[in-house]
Ligand binder design. Structure first.
Ligand code: ADP
Ligand code: MG
Ligand code: ZN
Length: 561
């Protein structure tokens, strides 16, 4: 038998002929080559990276049909419409069709008239559908948004688990290819294991789209910020994500009242309302879309100039997917996260509300903590993001994120750090951020008194700051790796080796003063910010206490070693 393996050149010709693109992107080329060689393939590429072409072009070169598993009806329809417009024979089968239409499409597939057939994963669970499919020549099953198979991901869909049994039920095993933007190790493991990819070639490409200016803004008045931003960028398409329907409705109404053509999208609206505003957004009838995270999976709008998060999302995967909807055309775009500590409470509440096993819950808390650390990070946000996803990057800062653009001077925070670390040490590293803050504040709350912490030498040493400011500072130290939180619902703050160096006086802590510092609320002059902490007992008294503290702690640390 003469086995003909299509070449990459042929693939490239089809790319030019149908799509009008001169060439594959770097990541696409490798994935297409792997699929043409008949290997199971896992392609991880950022949102907007061009995953669809990775399976659509090979589909044209393989005999028979490529079956595409796609999670959303709207997404299937958009893709199939686009394919048909380009002259590629494609169809979808989903619940919007009548029985007659479904049959027609299956017959067309049987006659070999279709190259691509899109279905939702639920369909694979139906016996009659499996039977029909086993009568077809299926050369490839492409699983789009494949992270949905994993419980560690953010869009778990039970029916994705039906993919593997379905593939096994086919008379001849097709090649299996899976695509997602989610690159965490747990999700990758799950995709390979649960979809049963057979010794797959795995390709991960650039998460850091360098046209995106990432920002985290802490301590802004969120509503005012959005109103300002949208007014000055009103002519450009953008998305504002909020955590709840109520917040979406409020923001939507405010924008409308101010004459800004906004649309909204959340699960509380009817299908037709949602569809209408999605279309209006796609065709630029409205410029700003205010939405919950229900909006966006699969929307292919390339010219979104900004994505603003009104609240911190639950984890980095969710954030990167949502923020990644900006700038898909490669033009400079903003991704702005408006953070407030209240967001942490909201996310914890959501985790607790959702009944699930302990393992899963612990994992969600861990991911939430990583998201929080991103929000408090003082170093390049692009690094923080790539580090999270385990992608190698150069040690050159991006220069356009809010950390890189931060012009506040670096402040010597060594003494603040020593006070906080010694307090944690004195509390035996057994308590959370809020109790440590209460002790440093000199609060009389019940827990402080109950444990006798009012007699600690560090008690009340940061009296001039609010507890909130002290917590923020501790969170910054966590984000910077001086401290770490244990896992679980009530995490305990622990000292990291770097903190011991600070206590020993071997490491100087230079950082940008937190936005909430007492100095800023008193009037924001850069000069006063430079002061760092303000102590209560007068500088000399404090210095003596700190000095004495440090002496004792150094002794403790020496004994530990
Ligand atoms: P993903 O599914 O990875 O989010 P899509 O497949 O929707 O991304 O593609 C995103 C955009 O990039 C689309 O507008 C697509 O036409 C465009 N695109 C994909 N591959 C190429 C290429 N090789 N050259 C130019 N544009 C491309
Ligand atoms: Mg896609
Ligand atoms: Zn940067």
């Amino acid at each position: 038998m003469n086995v003909h393996i299509p070449t990459l050149e042929q693939a490239q010709q089809l790319l030019q002929k149908y799509y009008g693109y001169p060439d594959f992107r770097e990541g696409q080329r490798k994935i297409v080559a792997s699929m043409l060689n008949g290997a199971d393939t896992l392609g991880i590429m950022p949102t907007g990276g061009g995953k669809s072409i990775c399976y659509q072009v090979p589909a044209l070169l393989q005999p028979g049909l490529t079956l595409v598993i796609s999670p959303l009806i709207s997404l299937m329809k958009d893709q199939v419409d686009a394919l048909i417009t380009m002259g590629i024979s494609a169809a979808f089968i989903n619940s919007t069709l009548s029985g007659k239409e479904v049959n027609e499409r299956i017959r067309a597939a049987k006659r070999g008239e279709l190259k691509l057939l899109y279905v939702a994963p639920e369909r694979l669970e139906l016996d009659w559908f499996r039977e029909e499919m086993s009568g077809l020549e299926i050369s490839c099953v492409a699983v789009d948004e494949a992270h949905c198979v994993s419980q560690w991901g953010h869009d778990f869909r039970t029916s994705y688990l039906a993919v593997s049994p379905f593939v096994n039920s086919l008379p001849r095993r097709p090649i299996l290819a899976a695509f997602t933007a989610t690159a965490t190790p747990e999700v990758m493991d799950d995709m390979i294991r649960l979809l049963r990819l057979n010794d797959p070639s795995v390709f991960v490409t650039g998460l850091g789209r360098d046209n995106l200016a990432m920002s985290v803004l802490r301590g802004e008045n969120k509503r005012d910020f959005i109103m300002n931003y949208v007014t000055t960028h009103g002519h450009q398409p953008g998305i504002i994500y909020a955590a709840t329907r109520k917040e979406v409705d409020d923001m939507y109404n405010r924008l409308r009242q101010n004459g800004i053509p906004a649309g909204r999208y959340h699960a509380g609206l009817s299908d037709s309302e949602r569809e209408e505003s999605q279309e209006a957004f796609l065709y630029d009838d409205i410029r700003v879309m205010v939405a919950t995270n229900a909006f966006g999976m699969g929307i292919d709008k390339s010219n979104v100039r900004y994505v603003i998060h009104y609240n911190m999302p639950k984890n980095m995967e969710a954030y990167v997917q949502e923020a990644g909807r900006a700038g898909r055309d490669g033009e400079p775009s903003d991704c702005i996260l408006l953070f407030s500590p209240q967001d942490i409470m909201t996310q914890k509440f959501l985790i607790e509300q959702n009944p699930q096993d302990e393992n899963r819950k612990r994992n969600e808390y861990k991911k939430l903590q990583q998201m929080i650390e991103y929000c408090y990070s003082n170093s390049c946000l692009r690094w923080a993001m790539l580090d999270y996803f385990g992608e190698a990057h150069s040690r050159e800062a991006c220069g356009i994120c809010s950390s890189c653009r931060d012009e506040r001077e670096l402040v010597d925070m060594t003494v603040d750090a020593q006070i906080i670390f010694s307090c944690i040490h004195r509390m035996r590293e057994r308590f959370g951020v809020s109790l440590v803050s209460s002790v440093l504040k000199g609060s009389q709350n019940k827990k402080v008194l109950q444990y006798g912490f009012d007699s600690l030498p560090t008690y009340g040493m940061m009296r001039r700051r609010t507890e909130k400011e002290i917590s923020e500072l501790i969170n910054v130290f966590i984000a910077e790796g001086y401290l770490a939180l244990s896992e679980g619902q009530y995490p305990v703050v622990r000292l990291q080796p770097l903190a011991a160096d600070v206590l020993r006086g071997q490491h100087q802590v230079m950082m940008r003063a937190p936005e909430h510092s007492a100095a800023k609320s008193a009037g924001t002059a850069a000069g006063s910010r430079r002061r760092g902490a303000s102590y209560d007992n007068g500088p000399s008294a404090v210095n003596e206490t700190v000095f004495e503290q440090l002496r004792l702690i150094r002794r403790d640390l020496a004994e530990k070693e």
